[in-house]
Design a protein around this ligand. Sequence first.
Ligand code: NAI
Length: 343
Amino acid sequence: MTHNIPATLIPGDGIGPEIVDATLAALDALNAPFVWDRQTAGLEGVKTGGDPLPKSTLDSIRRTRLALKGPLETPSGGGYRSSNVRLREEFQLYANLRPARTIIPGGRFDKIDLIVVRENLEGLYIGHEHYIPINGDPHAVAMATGVNTRQGGMRLLEYAFEHAVANGRKKVTIVHKANIMKALTGIFLETGLDLYERKYKGKFVMDTVIIDACAMKLVLNPWQFDMLVTTNLFGDILSDLVAGLVGGLGMAPGANIGADAAIFEAVHGSAPDIAGKGIANPIALLLAAAMMLDHVKLPEMATRLRNAIDAVLNLDNIRTGDLGGTANTGTFTKALVHRIVNS
Ligand code: NAI
């Protein structure tokens, strides 16, 4: 008998509630033991309580230390600061794990099995930005400060290397731009190479690549990579790129891992262009839920969920529009639940 596991649920904005409903239906069919505490954040938090990151949401995660989260809308340019970034900072979720694995064979890139491990708290995402006004133009100059620390890089690199060893990854590639940003990304490269020499030599192959070359190599021959480890901004961009290799953002899950909490989500955003239409692909969040099941040490349930997604896509041939199919979120979910209860 599995014990109940308290977890925070944030349906989020845009397509969030639609894909969260689909994911809950799948988890219910699996009899997953999560006991959900529903909370708000993002635009929904602003609408219902005037706060993009309400105290009750933070208190809930402080208690459960585990959350499943739909995408949260962040205004571009002005407006409030990203609730996603604030959640990562609040719970020191320093590692962002973004796997990309081919589920539908025969696409432009077949048999992809890559993982991007992104530093989640430092670099150019710390929000130290300002404008300098000149001659009446308030935005004449824009400045941003990036901060990477040895300690912050070290804990992320240690997490990534341990994950590589535990999951039998053969090669780890550190992605950087130390030729230009010699200090900001050089410190990450140097820390990674040093850590490998001291503790991981021989456990996997270590490689390094400059971010721009990495982007090209990923498109020409993604199979040369196994695990990519990188700083915050590069990881953000590369994880969308590798999502594209396996069918797009609808297929890309993410886990934000810290010492005291873990938050699971889709890589994609709130997709305002299709919100409310019932056509969103829920697979990214479903795969995030599978990562959450692995995290709470229920790997068999995670495997059942992944196998059921595979069966619906490839045996039932039921796919949403972003994957070239005609199914809507509801028909996909119904087929998935059917596969799960019969597995
Ligand atoms: P987006 O990821 O929401 O959408 C990009 C494109 O992909 C759109 O055409 C959308 O329709 C499509 N798409 C995304 N997910 C899909 C799915 N599950 N099924 C089918 N199609 C899907 O990126 P965008 O439009 O740049 O951002 C919208 C909002 O989301 C912004 O406010 C942004 O800040 C926020 N965002 C939130 C994230 C999070 O909560 N982790 C991550 C990325 C963006």
